[in-house]
Structure formats: structure tokens, C-alpha cells
Design a protein around this ligand. Structure first.
Ligand SMILES: CC(C)(COP(=O)(O)OP(=O)(O)OC[C@H]1O[C@@H](n2cnc3c(N)ncnc32)[C@H](O)[C@@H]1OP(=O)(O)O)[C@@H](O)C(=O)NCCC(=O)NCCS
Length: 173
């Protein structure tokens, strides 16, 4: 199957319990989060979940939380010279999943671009320089392809920590 045209994809904030039968990705944990925890976490102001819909089907979702990234985790050229604090502000992709029948059709990329757009909007209200994610090992290539760097000390962990510096992106737009 070919790419799903971006203009046919819709990002919709989660407002009610999604239809349990309608979303299934390869990760049981990610399915379970959407089914059981996303709405509750949102009500408790812990995360915000967005559904990616195509033709009324849920083809993906992402959940975002506030985060910080330790200065030592960042490659030298991504840092601010003379930065005084131990941590940089960030938006974290807490969950990102694509329906198993819709993988490799551009939906993950669309949700990443949506996340960058949201993070840039947030950075105009409160300081926010990075996007972080604790990736699944098999998804590291997906994030690297979109400019994320791996934090070396977590490279061999079960969920390698990765980050994207939004400063050069913002300077380009
Ligand atoms: C990883 C995942 C989010 C990718 O989403 P997707 O919609 O299949 O990916 P896309 O079609 O948007 O791919 C965009 C680009 O990344 C590449 N890509 C996708 N998955 C990749 C992977 N696992 N490794 C390397 N590259 C990958 C694609 O080839 C494509 O490249 P192109 O632009 O040159 O054609 C999706 O496969 C998924 O949900 N997997 C299961 C859950 C998971 O691992 N989530 C991430 C947890 S942090």
C-alpha cells in the first residue's frame, strides 16, 4: 500500500474512551495504554493524547508529557555555550504508535511532524528546546531518520533515550 496523503489525516485530541476494537499496533503495552490509561492520565494532567484518524479509523496515536534533558546527555554542538543549568526543557513523546495495518505509510512521520509543530508552538509560550523519546530498540532507526540523536549512555538500554534539538529547525522556518 502507498503513503496515506497528509491532507487526509486528522489529529484529534482524545476526549473520550476510544472504541476499544478500533486500534491495534504491534506493542501490547501501547495498545493497553490507549485502552486503559490514556484518558485517566489526561484527566490527572499527566499526559495529553492525540489520535491520528483516517477515514474515521484510528490509525495512530501519540501522547505527550513535559520533560527535561540533562546537559550531559547532549552532544557538544547541540548545547548552548555557557549554559548555566543542569537540564534543558523538553517535550517528551511518551507514546507513539501506528496501527499495524497502516505501518510504513507515512503516519508515524506525520505524527512526528505534528509533535514538532506543537513543541514549537509551546516554545513560544514557555521555554522548550528539545523533543525527547525513550524509543523501542526497533524504532531507533525511525527516530534517527527524522533527526533524533541517541543519548550514548542509554544506547544499550531497553528503551534508548533520544532527543531532537528544535533550535536549528526553528531557525530554518
Ligand atoms: C515505529 C513506527 C512509529 C513508525 O511509523 P510508520 O508510520 O510505520 O513509519 P512511516 O511510514 O511514517 O516512516 C517514515 C520513514 O521512516 C522509516 N521507518 C519507519 N519505521 C522505521 C524503523 N523501525 N526503522 C527505520 N526506519 C523506519 C520509513 O521507511 C520512512 O522512510 P522514508 O520517508 O524514506 O520513506 C511504527 O512502526 C510503530 O508504531 N511501531 C510499533 C510501535 C513503536 O515501536 N512505537 C515507537 C515507540 S517509541
Amino acid at each position: 500500500m502507498g503513503k496515506t496523503p497528509d491532507k487526509e489525516l486528522q489529529i484529534v485530541p482524545l476526549t473520550e474512551m476510544p472504541d476499544n476494537s478500533s486500534f491495534c499496533c504491534k506493542s501490547a503495552e501501547l495498545n493497553d495504554f490507549l485502552k486503559n490509561d490514556a484518558l485517566k492520565d489526561q484527566e490527572y494532567m499527566v499526559s495529553r493524547t492525540y489520535l491520528c484518524c483516517w477515514n474515521k479509523d484510528i490509525v495512530g496515536y501519540l501522547a505527550l508529557v513535559a520533560d527535561t534533558l540533562e546537559v550531559e546527555a547532549i552532544d557538544e554542538y547541540d548545547k548552548i555555550a555557557g549554559y548555566l543549568y543542569h537540564r534543558y526543557p523538553a517535550v517528551k513523546i511518551a507514546r507513539l504508535a501506528v496501527h499495524k495495518d497502516y505501518e510504513r505509510r507515512g503516519i508515524g512521520k506525520f505524527m512526528l511532524l505534528t509533535t514538532i509543530g506543537k513543541a514549537i508552538a509551546i516554545s513560544k509560550e514557555i521555554g522548550c528546546r528539545y523533543i525527547t523519546v525513550d524509543s523501542k530498540p526497533e524504532s531507533v532507526g525511525f527516530y534517527e531518520k527524522h533527526g533524533f540523536r541517541i543519548v550514548e549512555k542509554y544506547r544499550h538500554s531497553d528503551t534508548p533515550k533520544m532527543y531532537l534539538n528544535m533550535y536549528p529547525i526553528l531557525k530554518r522556518v
